[in-house]
Design a protein around this ligand. Structure first.
Ligand code: OGA
Ligand code: MN
Length: 293
C-alpha cells in the first residue's frame, strides 16, 4: 500500500498512513519515509503494535544506532537493550519512580527544549519514540521547527550567528533546574562538546538553528552575553507558529530529525500515572564542526 502523508502542522509535521513497522519495509518504502523526513521533520506513525526489537529494526533503516544512552544510575536499567532509551517514570521493577529518585530529577531535563544528544561529539540524527503506556492528561511532546526559525530571523542577525560555535553538556541543562549532584565519573562523561549554532540540513539544503538547553557557552564570548543571546533565540524559535504539540495515543511512533528540530516533554502527574515511552536514537554522520555550513 502506498504511504499517505497527512499534514499535522503546515510546515513540518505529518501523520503517515499505510505503514506497518512490525515487519521489514517493502522495497523503496524506507527511502520514501526518509524523503518525507527531509521535507517535514516530524512524522507520526499511529497504531504501531511493535516491541523493542521491531522498533530497533525499523530504526536501523536510517543509520547507526547510538551505542549507549546518556543517563544517570545506568546500573538500574529497566529495558533489555543498552541502546534503548527509557523515557518513562518507572524504576527497574516497573513501579513509579520514588519522589526523591535521582533519575526522576534528572529526567525532568527532558521538559526543557532540546535536541537529542547535542551534548555528544557526534550528535543524533533521528529519534524514534514509541508510546507503550501514555497518560490520560498532560505528557504531550512539543516540537519546534528550527529551519523556519532560522528563515524568520532578520538577515543582520543571521550574519552575526552564522559562524558561532556553542558548547553543549548535560551538566548545563540540568543546572538550569538546579540539579547538580553529579559524580566525578558523570562529570567526566558529560564534559562539554562544541557544536555549530547554524547548520545546513543535508536533505533539504536549508539552514537551521541548532539550539538546545544543553548550551552553556559560546566559544569566544563572555558567558552572560552568550546565555542572554541563547535565551533570546530560544524564545524566538519556540513561538507558537513554529511549534507542533503531539498528544500521545497508545502505540504512536513519532520520529523526528534532531538536526533541524527541538522538542520537550510537557508535565504530567508522574506520581500518579505511569508513562512508558521508549526511544531509539540514530547517530549523525560526523561532528557538526566538520559539516559544511
Ligand atoms: C525524548 C524526549 C520528551 C517526552 O524522548 O528524547 O525528550 O515527551 N521526550 O517524553
Ligand atoms: Mn529528547
Amino acid at each position: 500500500m502506498a504511504l499517505k502523508f497527512k499534514s499535522l502542522h503546515p510546515a513540518f509535521a505529518a501523520e503517515v498512513e499505510g505503514a506497518d513497522l512490525r515487519a521489514p519495509l517493502p522495497p523503496g518504502q524506507a527511502a520514501e519515509i526518509e524523503a518525507a523526513m527531509d521535507r517535514f521533520a516530524v512524522l507520526v506513525f499511529p497504531g504501531q503494535d511493535i516491541d523493542d526489537d521491531q522498533q530497533m529494526a525499523f530504526g536501523l533503516n536510517y543509520g547507526l544506532m547510538e551505542a549507549e544512552t546518556a543517563t544517570v544510575d545506568v546500573h538500574k536499567r529497566r529495558l533489555k537493550h543498552a541502546q534503548m532509551n527509557d523515557i518513562s517514570n518507572l524504576d527497574e521493577s516497573g513501579q513509579l519512580l520514588a519522589a526523591d529518585d535521582r533519575r526522576r530529577m534528572f529526567n525532568l531535563g527532558n521538559q526543557l527544549w532540546h535536541s537529542d544528544s547535542s551534548f555528544k561529539a557526534i550528535p543524533a540524527k533521528y529519534s524514534l519514540l514509541h508510546g507503550r503506556v501514555v497518560t490520560p492528561e498532560g505528557g504531550e511532546t512539543e516540537f519546534a521547527d528550527m529551519r523556519a526559525a532560522w528563515d524568520a530571523l532578520p538577515p543582520r542577525q543571521q550574519e552575526k550567528l552564522r559562524d558561532l560555535v556553542c558548547e553543549h553538556s548535560l551538566l548545563f541543562s540540568r543546572a538550569q533546574l538546579g540539579f547538580a549532584e553529579f559524580t566525578e565519573e558523570e562529570r567526566a562523561k558529560f564534559a562539554p562538546v562544541p557544536q555549530r549554532l547554524v547548520r545546513r540540513h543535508p536533505g533539504s539544503d536549508r539552514l537551521s538553528l541548532y539550539l538546545a538547553s544543553h548550551i552553556g557557552r559560546i566559544q569566544g564570548w563572555m558567558v552572560p552575553e552568550a546565555l542572554a543571546l541563547i535565551r533570546d533565540l530560544m524564545e524566538h524559535a519556540t513561538q507558537r507558529e513554529f511549534v507542533y504539540s503531539h498528544a500521545w495515543r497508545r502505540q504512536d511512533l513519532v520520529m523526528w530529525d534532531n538536526r533541524c528540530t527541538m522538542h520537550r516533554g510537557r508535565p504530567f502527574e508522574d506520581r500518579q500515572f505511569p508513562r512508558d515511552m521508549r526511544r531509539v536514537t540514530l547517530m549523525d554522520s560526523r561532528p557538526t564542526l566538520e559539516q559544511a555550513a
